[in-house]
Design a protein around this ligand. Structure first.
Ligand SMILES: [Zn+2]
Length: 332
């Protein structure tokens, strides 16, 4: 299978399932590890029509492999939020949903109940499984209880704790491993990512997520905020908040995430003398942490969590930011 270097062990455990293929496999683990790509590679291999049943890689030549690569395999169904669908500019504007609806699940179930076009197996790739709403999950559960012959459902999940226990118990569960950092760093450097160490720590160790941080504009905006935070105790919050007044919701959400990471590292430095996210600011954090009071810091963390929870509906970003910055200044 075409896989990332840190997936070798996970791939072997997937391949071992071929001896007695379950009806449902749950591949779970941190986001940014390439689980969905691995699930696709496994499905492609299972459907490959080459002769050698023990091969670990799909042949890439047969009709089945060609269809798979073109996304038109008649025995494969992708079940995902339509926000993840590739955008077709010619198609009429459609409301993008982050959720998988019960209607989408019913279509997938109907697909599994048809007989196969080719070698006998039909596969549904469900990504991510936690995107199913309650009705969708219940509809799927019935199929997991009585799976059709020759069907395989591969569920990918970044947050399996959000799945129904009854769904979990009916899947063969396989955990995708997090790479050790030297392996991840080597891979990131091969991809030409500058500051691989910093990007990896921002991504909490997930290499594919780390590549998303290899972006000059991202780092410039992040550094601007962090520079503000270092002088926030001496700067009027109102003046500082004005800089954030015109933020788009996505940028505001990013800003809150950076703030949470910063506050997390302030606490971590204070209590344990180390940082998780800010390898590039550890000296500054060490200096600031000497003046930090823990009780207001905990209150600030809760304040940030509340702001994150309603991030899609901010009342007034400038006012919320002023409030947060005032609270931040009171931590010292
Ligand atoms: Zn093939």
């Amino acid at each position: 299978m075409q896989i990332y270097p840190w997936q070798t062990d996970t791939a072997q455990r997937l391949l071992a399932l071929r001896a007695q293929l379950p009806h449902a496999v749950l591949l779970h683990g941190r986001a940014g590890l390439g689980k969905y790509g691995l699930a696709q590679a496994f499905a492609k291999l299972l459907l490959c029509e080459q002769r050698d049943a023990n091969a670990d890689v799909a042949c890439g030549q047969c009709p089945s492999c060609h269809w798979f690569e073109q996304g038109s395999h008649p025995d494969v169904h992708i079940l995902q939020p339509n926000a993840l669908d590739e955008v077709d500019d010619s198609a009429p504007e459609r409301k993008k949903s982050e959720w998988i609806s019960v209607e989408q699940v019913r279509q997938a179930i109907a697909f599994l109940q048809l007989s196969s076009h080719r070698n006998g197996l039909r596969v549904v790739l469900l990504n991510p499984a936690e995107a199913m709403n309650a009705a969708a999950a219940n509809a799927l559960l019935k199929t997991l209880e009585e799976p059709p012959e020759n069907s395989l459902l591969i569920l990918v999940s970044h947050q399996p704790s959000r799945l129904l226990p009854t769904i979990l118990s009916r899947c063969h569960q396989l955990r995708a491993n997090l790479p050790d950092s030297s392996q991840a760093l080597m891979w990131l450097e091969e991809q030409g990512v500058a500051d691989a160490q910093l990007c990896l720590s921002l991504a909490a160790g997930s290499p594919l997520l780390a590549t998303a941080f290899a972006d000059d504009d991202y780092h410039a905006r992040r550094r601007a905020l962090l520079a503000d935070l270092q002088v926030a105790a001496q700067t009027p919050a109102l003046a500082m908040a004005e800089r954030y007044a015109k933020l788009a919701v996505a940028d505001y959400s990013q800003l809150l995430q950076w703030l949470q990471q910063w506050v997390h590292d302030l606490q971590s430095m204070k209590l344990a003398g180390r940082v998780y996210y800010h390898q590039d600011f550890s000296e500054q954090l060490r200096n600031l942490s000497m003046h930090v009071k823990l009780t207001p810091l905990l209150k600030l963390q809760q304040r940030l969590q509340r702001a994150r929870a309603v991030v899609a509906h901010p009342l007034n970003i400038q006012m919320v930011m002023e409030d947060i910055l005032l609270e931040y200044a009171s931590v010292f």
